[in-house]
Write a protein that binds this ligand. Sequence first.
Ligand code: PAF
Length: 282
Amino acid sequence: MQKFKKSLRLQSFLIATKKSGRSIGFVPTMGSLHEGHISLVQKSKSENDVTIVSIYINPSQFNDENDFINYPKSLENDISLLKGIKCDVLFLPNTKEMYKDGFSLIDVDLGNLNLILESKKRPGHFNGVVFIVHKLFKIIEPNKAYFGEKDFQQLLIIKKLAQSHFKKISVIGCPTVRDNGGLAMSSRNQKLTAKQLDFAKKAFNLLKNLKEIIKKNSVKESKIFVNDFFYQYEEITLDYFEIIEESNFSLVNSVIKNKMYRMMIAFKVGDVRLIDNLKLKI
Ligand code: PAF
């Protein structure tokens, strides 16, 4: 695996790769890699000649300084995992490199994506994500870029970014990878104690039961069920539970047959905030 810290060096490598007609798949990450990331790298490897992974903890997407400082880091382990699955290139830029021209807002028409759920709860978060992904896409200009569905709102936002600024890049959404207990893989899971992990699993498994409640009863009933569930435990606090219609990312209070919806949840276990989502079709 080749490692690059400077974008100029990486770009020389990319010019040669593109000249030889080889396709490039890109997986941007903030490190602390887990099976979810590995599945993205494997998908990229199966669809491209060369796969590039970036590891960079982007300060501007953290709306809480402590969250940024405490974000899990495991570079040595990440490198050995990537070598183990024969990733071709690792890009490891630093802040001097990524912010040499400062921070700027990237103009993307996000509609509802910019107004509700994570956008509302974490003001400025997606401005930081869009800034850094725009920068990385500009440097790498991959054929395809891979993002997990766990961060569903982020995935849709990156798709919009590509539609308006990088028409040649296909943004591929990949299914959430879960552990045996149903918990979605997340770098933040490492911060949980064994007891907290049990609570997180309980909460995620709740989503599965909700499908039936919504089908048989209503969205309103499902929200009551979720609130009652969280009320039982002091260890977990619900941030939001909402249902969105996938086509326009709008919040809905009722669902009809044949439309695609998603249940979206965010909650805190101790100091750790987790998000998840599940497809819903009636
Ligand atoms: O999903 C993430 O890990 C980050 O938001 C991303 C896309 C790598 C941008 O920093």
